[in-house]
Write a protein that binds this ligand. Structure first.
Ligand SMILES: O=C(O)CCC(=O)C(=O)O
Ligand SMILES: [Fe+2]
Length: 234
């Protein structure tokens, strides 16, 4: 892997998608653990107001907090650490890993930015690992607007009906998607199967741990820790 090239394409586009990054056996172990967990517990954890307003239909799980050691393997992967360091620079920090589960025929995630873009140095990096193939038939493809991490706040719905210039990624099992927290992105509705993704979030040196506490949608800013809409945009 040419880290100079991957680094410059990440900073130009706000994302980097790499297929066949993780081996199949590891992905099977992850997927089985995830399905086992959600077979027992697929209650919504977000409050209903949030689900309705944000149009975000995912159920989170923090496997490392639950002591699931297998989820340390990606975290400790030297290639992933090197790639992260080349993008974020020295002294970056891991925040947590979070599995996101969506039921069949659910809504996916509306357009958003993971955190406020007002300071270009203050952002999170998502390192998304896909343990199953996601395509047109499953639904749940990821749409990203290249370069939008440099364009500030995502436009309110009244400013323009739809956002132009998105590219659709169909993440394959074993792939890695590095996504800048300021980039405008969404997850399309889920069709014929459940959908899971696993995110290893991290931040550059100096960025606070709670950087993703306020998420930016086209209709609002939402603060997770208070479970409150803090600003509505029309
Ligand atoms: O599940 C995905 O593919 C992307 C989810 C997302 O928007 C995020 O992790 O910030
Ligand atoms: Fe996101």
């Amino acid at each position: 892997m040419d880290t100079k090239q991957t680094n410059s394409s990440f900073h130009r586009d706000g994302f980097l998608y790499l297929e066949n990054f993780f081996d199949e056996e590891l992905m099977n172990l992850y997927q089985n653990k995830i399905l086992e967990h959600f077979a027992q517990d697929s209650e919504y954890k977000h409050d209903t107001d949030f689900i309705e307003k944000s149009n975000t239909d995912v159920i989170p799980w923090f496997p490392q907090i639950d002591g699931e050691k297998i989820f340390d393997v990606v975290e400790n992967d030297e290639r992933l650490k090197n790639l992260t360091e080349s993008i974020l620079g020295p002294k970056w920090r891991s925040l947590y890993s979070m599995v996101m589960f969506s039921n069949k025929s659910s809504n996916g995630q509306a357009w958003h930015q993971d955190c406020n873009p007002s300071n270009s140095y203050v952002f999170n990096l998502n390192r998304l690992v896909y343990t199953m193939d996601i395509d047109e038939s499953s639904g749940g493809e990821v749409v990203v607007i290249p370069g939008s991490h440099k364009k500030g706040m995502i436009p309110a719905i009244s400013e323009c009906e739809d956002l132009e210039g998105g590219i659709t990624i169909n993440p394959k099992k074993g792939s890695l998607l590095m996504l800048h927290g300021h980039v405008w992105h969404k997850v399309l509705p889920i069709n014929n199967s459940i959908r899971v993704s696993t995110n290893y979030r991290c931040v550059p040196n100096g960025v606070p741990d709670n950087v993703t506490d306020i998420c930016v949608y086209r209709n609002m800013l939402y603060k997770f820790s208070d479970e409150k809409v803090i600003e509505e945009s029309s």
